[in-house]
Design a protein around this ligand. Structure first.
Ligand code: PHE
Length: 338
């Protein structure tokens, strides 16, 4: 049996020296050292060996087992490291490439204009108040001197939610809400979203307005002119020419629309200003006594002025944007310019 054992070792070593792949080495291991392997079987039959030779036989068995399994482990480790090296050579990483940078957000142009206007009026003593976008008919129309079936309702097409509930068509209802709660003097600015069923290159169904209201003893049209002139010159530049044009709003009397000299053509006439040389910027007027009566202010005691303007329009003129829909598409190429 000892001879058989030596023969087995030679055989195993011959097989190992011709093995090349991982699979072949593993096969040798199973063939000799596995549970039913040749060496395992010999060792199991140690009882057939003459008694005095058994220790030697056992020792040799173990030595051969160690030798074979050691060679297989070494070979497998070598194969694994070769493969790793191959992968490293194939998958080259260029460590000199620049890393991925983070994209920074920008302040939306509408937000920028709102912040700028609010800060100009903060300097004039106005504080910011907000109101609901889903509004009662009473605040959006009735209390502003626009009764049901009044033709002035046609000025502002309206999204109705229920008979008496609308999406506000302007920020003017905030005037009423403020005056109901607060006695004069009042000096507020109210930015927010407003809604009208309109959609084209210069109208979106939702847009932004800012409302202003100032009420105190002895306020006159001269105050309106002074405040709005100072505001528009701060917003568009000290040299901006303005004109106040008579207009009509049910909640102001008298009313005026304010134009600035066209920022595109400086007044010579272009497509943006419709060849007129002027751009309509805001609506304004002295608060109508009927409105004061609705909030229990005494029109004999106090007077005031109000104004409203659209932020998209201001932003389009300030930044030279020709299509209002760009504000709402969230295209980064557009937004990153601001
Ligand atoms: N609310 C008016 C509009 O949306 C603007 C305005 C506000 C006019 C305040 C006069 C006074 O057209």
């Amino acid at each position: 049996m000892l001879k058989e054992l030596e023969e087995l070792q030679r055989q195993a070593e011959a097989e190992l020296s011709s093995a090349k792949t991982e699979g072949e080495f593993l096969a040798v291991r199973t063939r000799y050292l596995g549970r039913k392997g040749l060496l395992t079987r010999l060792l199991r039959n140690i009882g057939n060996v003459e008694e005095e030779k058994r220790p030697l036989f056992g020792m040799r068995c173990n030595e051969i087992k160690e030798a074979i399994s050691g060679k297989i482990d070494t070979a497998l480790a070598k194969l694994a490291s070769l493969r790793r090296e191959e992968v490293l050579l194939r998958d080259k990483v260029d460590v000199t490439l620049p890393g991925r940078t983070h994209r920074y957000g920008r302040v939306h142009p509408i937000t920028r204009v709102r912040q700028e206007i609010c800060s100009i009026f903060a300097g004039l003593g106005f504080s910011v108040v907000e109101g609901p976008e889903v509004e009662l008919d009473y605040y959006n129309f009735e209390a502003l001197n626009i009764p049901k079936d009044h033709p002035a309702r046609d000025m502002q097409d309206t999204f109705y939610i229920e008979d008496n509930i609308v999406l506000r068509t302007h920020t003017s209802p905030v005037q009423i809400r403020v005056m109901e709660k607060q006695r004069p003097p009042v000096r507020i600015l109210s930015p927010g979203r407003v809604y009208r069923p309109d959609s084209d290159i210069s109208h979106t169904p939702m847009f932004h307005q800012i409302e202003g209201l100032l009420v105190d003893k002895g306020i006159t049209f001269a105050d309106l002119k002074g405040v709005l002139t100072s505001f528009l010159k701060q917003l568009f530049g000290e040299d901006t020419a303005l004109r106040f044009r008579p207009s009509f709003f049910p909640f102001t009397e008298p009313s005026a629309e304010v134009d600035i000299r066209c920022v595109m053509c400086s007044g010579s006439g272009c497509r943006v200003c419709g060849q007129s040389g002027w751009l309509e910027i805001l609506g304004s007027g002295m608060v109508d006594p009927e409105v004061f009566k609705n909030v229990a202010y005494d029109p004999e005691e106090v007077t005031g002025f109000a104004f409203g303007l659209g932020l998209e329009r201001i932003a389009m003129l300030k930044f030279g944007i020709s299509d209002i829909r760009l504000f709402f598409e969230n295209d980064r190429r557009f937004l990153e310019q601001f």
